[in-house]
Write a protein that binds this ligand. Structure first.
Ligand code: BGC
Length: 411
């Protein structure tokens, strides 16, 4: 059967810092002021133009939309709530509801309020409680307008970029060799202090605290609003292997480290799972793959393997992100089609997939890479703020309208 289930959610996703503009009270904005990451500034000005963007989503046939709340707007100082910002996000939710688009809210998507980052962020032992208090507050204020909440986006990506690679705030880098030449390294004291072996231990602590933070938030939210659907958004890399048993073992270990260690810690405190899929890695594979503008393999069918990895948690799965950077829009339509074909295969095999949200609705700030990478179904002209629907968005619409890949093949 070609059709997807009735009531399947089709849409796209965004995240506050990447599209809203002027989120100056965050650790990322501070890092930009320090010259460590590109400045964000106004970006697509989605904060003021969300209605226009939702009109486009509607025109493109979407019936679901995932977005995130900027913690620094809601709690600009510790323990102080900004009710005007709550009203803003209530208006955003109402704008989606008015268009019959089901909202999926992520409570935290990478950027932290400055006060929280300054006091140690997720390294701190009390971070889970502080985070849970914020999540419960937002869920209480928005829970009448939205059913689907995720506490956090991609804990593993956040922790590894911040504490192993050192490319994102707080820029701590696991680098064992630094011990050798520390005296004459010529690096500043600060960067030396943030390198070495200690970040590895901090990384493990942060990951543990993130799982605890989710668990605390889940418990607090559900205590007052048991009917809300509360989950996490998990970045899954699909590690697989050729025939070689050694490579199979490597894939097994990698899947365990990247996906299952965190998931096992939260498995009893999730109603659903958001899957973000971008990568696969096949051990023992010599194949050459075409690349996206991020230089990532074009391997949309790997979403099947990622979905399969999550089945053991026995929860409904929403594809909360999957997509590619493709400025010329020459590969996006085929990519989306193949990704959806693989998702259908998962459904046919009994995997409980409830929705597909392409990343991203509009072009956005791709973190340490700035605005050069174009993931959007809709292009943004950052000078004029003009929105232009890319041709692939119409191919996605054909799939949505047909509730499956149409006979013409969808591309
Ligand atoms: C993140 C997004 C990011 C996208 C593409 C995901 O890991 O949630 O914020 O823009 O990947 O890199």
């Amino acid at each position: 059967m070609k059709s997807f289930p009735k009531n399947f959610y089709w849409g796209a996703a965004t995240a506050s810092y990447q599209v809203e503009g002027w989120n100056e009270n965050t650790d990322w904005a501070q890092a930009a002021r320090d010259g460590k990451v590109p400045p964000a500034g106004r970006l697509a000005d989605h904060y003021h133009r969300y209605e226009e963007d939702f009109d486009i989503a509607k025109e493109l046939g979407h019936n679901a939309h995932r977005f995130s709340i900027e913690w620094a707007r809601i709690e600009p100082e510790e323990g102080k709530w900004d009710f005007a910002e709550i009203e803003h996000y209530r208006a955003v939710l109402k704008a989606l509801r008015a268009r019959n688009i089901e909202p999926f809210v992520t409570l935290w998507h990478f950027t932290l309020p400055q006060w929280f980052a300054k006091r140690g962020g997720f390294e701190r032992a009390d971070a889970p409680q502080v985070f849970a208090r914020y999540c419960a507050f937002v869920a209480k204020e928005l829970g009448d307008l939205c059913t689907h909440f995720s506490t956090m986006n991609e804990p593993n990506v956040y922790a590894s970029n911040g504490w192993l690679r050192g490319s994102w705030p707080p820029f701590k880098r696991f680098a064992a060799t630094d011990f050798v030449s520390i005296t004459n390294s010529g690096r500043t004291y600060e960067s030396r202090a943030n390198r070495g072996i200690r970040p590895l231990f901090l990384y493990r602590r942060v990951l543990r605290n993130l799982a605890r933070a989710h668990n605390e938030a889940y418990t607090l939210i559900k205590a007052s609003q048991p009917n809300l659907d509360v989950g996490v958004v998990k970045h899954v890399i699909y590690f697989h292997a050729n025939w070689n048993p050694y490579n199979m073992l490597r894939a097994w270990v990698a899947n365990r480290m990247w996906t299952h260690v965190y998931m096992r810690r939260v498995r009893h405190t999730i109603d659903s799972i958001g899957l973000n899929y971008y990568f696969h890695k096949k051990f023992g594979d010599r194949a050459e793959y075409d690349k996206t503008d991020m230089d990532w393999d074009i391997y949309p069918e790997g979403i099947y393997g990622s979905l399969k990895l999550l089945t053991r948690y026995r929860k409904p799965i929403f594809i909360s992100e999957a997509g590619l950077a493709d400025r010329t829009d020459t590969r996006r339509a085929a990519y989306i089609t193949e990704q959806i074909r693989a998702t259908k295969r998962a459904l046919d095999d009994g995997i409980d997939v409830r929705g597909h949200m392409y990343w991203s609705l509009i072009d956005n700030y791709e973190w340490a890479l700035g605005t050069q990478k174009c993931f959007g179904l809709v292009a943004i002209n950052y000078d004029t703020l003009e929105r232009t629907i890319r041709p692939s968005a119409w191919v996605y619409k054909d799939i949505i309208d047909a509730n499956g890949i149409p006979d013409s093949g969808g591309k």
